[in-house]
Each structure stands twice: as structure tokens, then as C-alpha cells.
Ligand binder design. Structure first.
Ligand code: ZN
Length: 128
């Protein structure tokens, strides 16, 4: 997977874990199924992410990130066998003020960014 390695990722600015472009801002992502979420998009490669501060909601945030990458079309994620994406987790360590790749160990409660980059986005829909 073309995910940046941990060493080159460590930084105090948020970068896309796939292409290392700087993520300029985290904005509000309208969620048609519930509360609006914090997240955004990589301007360079189109990866989308959801930010979740509370560790209790991180499982949901991961699902939301996938749904967001697919424009909230859950069917196309779960029923389309061609739905391919890569995922990466970036956590923000409050203590060190650094962004780190990966989820850390189970005690890790840093806020996390769930990045999803579609790998099927430039393909034409194929007739079945
Ligand atoms: Zn990117």
C-alpha cells in the first residue's frame, strides 16, 4: 500500500497519508444520516477523511469515512464487489503535538483521522 511510512509522516501538520499533501483544513461534512461530522478531502489525491476526537466513537467514524468516500451511498460500498479503497488512520498525539500514522495500541485514545482513498473512482461503470 502506498501509505507514507511512519518515519516520514511524523510532523506537526496534518498531511494526507497517501500522497503527503498538506491538508489545509478540517471542515464540516454534512451527514445525511445523522449529525454533521468533522472531516475533509485531500486536494491532491481526493482521499476523504473523518476526524473523531472521542475514542468511543471511533468505530463509527471509520464507517462514516468509508461512507463519505462513497458519497454516502452505502449500497455501492457493500454491494459493489468492485468497490476498492485503501484506508489509513492518522492519530494526533495531544501530548507531543504530533501526527502519527496508525492506530497505536489499545490504550491509545488520541483523536483520530480516518482516511479513505477510493481506488475505483476513475473507472467507468461496467455493465454486468
Ligand atoms: Zn492525498
Amino acid at each position: 500500500m502506498p501509505i507514507a511510512n511512519e518515519k516520514e509522516y511524523r510532523d506537526k501538520v496534518l498531511k494526507c497519508p497517501f500522497c503527503l499533501a498538506f491538508i489545509e483544513k478540517v471542515g464540516e461534512v454534512p451527514n445525511p444520516f445523522g449529525q454533521d461530522l468533522d472531516g475533509g478531502e485531500c486536494a491532491q489525491c481526493g482521499a476523504r477523511f473523518i476526524y473523531e476526537r472521542s475514542w468511543r466513537r471511533q468505530g463509527e467514524a471509520y464507517g462514516d469515512a468509508i461512507a463519505y468516500a462513497y458519497d454516502w451511498d452505502y449500497d455501492s460500498v457493500y454491494e459493489n464487489v468492485d468497490a476498492r479503497y485503501e484506508e489509513a488512520v492518522v492519530r494526533y498525539n495531544n501530548t507531543s503535538g504530533k501526527y502519527l500514522l496508525g492506530e497505536g495500541d489499545f490504550k491509545e485514545r488520541s483523536p483520530k483521522y480516518f482516511f479513505i482513498r477510493r481506488m475505483d473512482i476513475e473507472q467507468e461503470e461496467e455493465e454486468v
